[in-house]
Write a protein that binds this ligand. Sequence first.
Ligand SMILES: Cc1ncc(COP(=O)(O)O)c(C=O)c1O
Length: 405
Amino acid sequence: MSCQHEPAQRIVAPVRKPLLESLHWLEEDLGAIKSDDLFRPVRIREGRQAGTVTLNNLELINFGSNDYLGYAADSRLIKASAKGACSEGAGAGASPLVSGHSALHESLGKSLSSLLDTEESLIFPSGYAANTSTIACLTGPHDLIVSDAHNHASIIDGCRLSGANVQIYPHRDVTAAASLLRSIPARRRLIVTDSLFSMDGTIAPLADMVQLAYDTKSMLLVDEAHATGLFGTHGSGLIEDAGIASSVAVRIGTLSKALGGSGGFVSGHRTLIEYLRHRARSWMFSTAHPPASAAVAIEAIKLLSEEPFRREKLTENADMFRQKLSSHGVNIGDAEAHIVPVFVSTPQRAVQIAASLVRDGFFVPAIRPPSVPTGSSLLRVSLSYSHNQDTIDSLSNSIIKYVCM
Ligand SMILES: Cc1ncc(COP(=O)(O)O)c(C=O)c1O
């Protein structure tokens, strides 16, 4: 089984064709995006996602991936993927309900349920699909969804798809969420939150939210996309860490960040999963997650229990990094984990500082609207097990130099 890198293909620019009359409005809209400094060119990555990354032919130290435990390029996961593809094929070939749900998917469901201490789990092609489908499936036009202002786009889109009355509460403000839940009549109520927020690195007040869900007879859905694999004794996430595993009705996560692979999941009571199998449209009407990706996730879950030192080192490094930036007056907001935002005044400033960091050898993405609310811009530093203390120290020196000058 060879894992050699293929040589990069030479890209030949195609002859530019005239834009159809009916699409001219796109040029105007793109012009506005460019003049607001919100245009996003796609970088081409060569080779693997790892501690260093080659983007547009430049090798940089990588602070811009969600590969928090350094598993994306791990040879054990790559071998598991190849073995999974050899035994079950390159693609699932059908939606799960037809014939796409393979023995590897079945086994992954069991591994996840055992890691999360739930009854059953359902695998989706992505975390995005898991969120949109599950939210839209659990709520409808006569229902109320109460959603944190900083929730991820996939939660926002699920809320929109549901047709429910969607009310947004200020970030992590449980009192405001409570007053919405108590004052608005609805058939069913759903509270939805990220556990670790993907852009500002803050943690939701999960224990208070469990209490609120109980008091208001609401369903509670927690998206652990950036926490799965990283918190709690077994590494299942912040729900485990908070000791509330049996009180969260709907647990969502991804296999595509700390677990180094691809896919999403919903986990919980058997009845919930049975219902989703009959109603979750992106599970029912989309080709199943590739079997090789299921094999990768099974291996990654196994490694979580064998290698807790990865998440421990990441936590230590992240604490040290945040402390250093804060002590030099860099605005990192209320970040409390391995995602560390550096808030700056404008999108232009974010882009300028990101470019300066590239000159120093670091890749740190500039995050601008619509990834964050209009009016806020930041550099999003994602720390990983793959970084060592010296690299993290050099990055903090560069950030302090550019942000504080
Ligand atoms: C909080 C959150 N939920 C869900 C997702 C979607 O997960 P996936 O990348 O597996 O589609 C993301 C992706 O960045 C995320 O940040």
